[in-house]
Design a protein around this ligand. Sequence first.
Ligand code: NI
Length: 172
Amino acid sequence: MTLRPIITAPDPRLQAMSTDVETVTDEIRKLADDMAESMYGADGIGLAAIQIGIAKRVLVIDLDQKEGKRNPVAYINPKILWASEETAVFEEGCLSVPEIWDDVERPARIKCEYLDRDGKKQQLEADGLLATCLQHEMDHLNGVLFIDHLSRLKKSMALRKLTKAKKLKETA
Ligand code: NI
């Protein structure tokens, strides 16, 4: 497994539309492993492939890291089949949007379909943090960040902060 650097906003690559995986090969499994490694390295709970610069529809999520146990789950070509009208608000953050957290409202429950790492089609009904996390990561596949869900004012403040932080890092 290889730990790969995570792209941070603002970066045009994060706005790219990722494409479906045609076949789940060893190369895709290796990508999912690298994504998990990179996610754990950055203390995250979810990561989309585009965040390490690969525009493929692959996500890795692990919400169950409490006891130091790792159980990363790969979601390949995930699609939302159904979303509840009822919504839920979670404070979100993102490894590509460092140092910024804010409340985002999304459907509270979803039903989705995806391929697992063996290429088998799976269906999943999710609520709570998993529902939010899946929607956040699926947004990445369509070039959308959680700050895109905020008010225009909050988003522009976030982008200003991110741009400033990036410049400081470059000149450091
Ligand atoms: Ni994110």
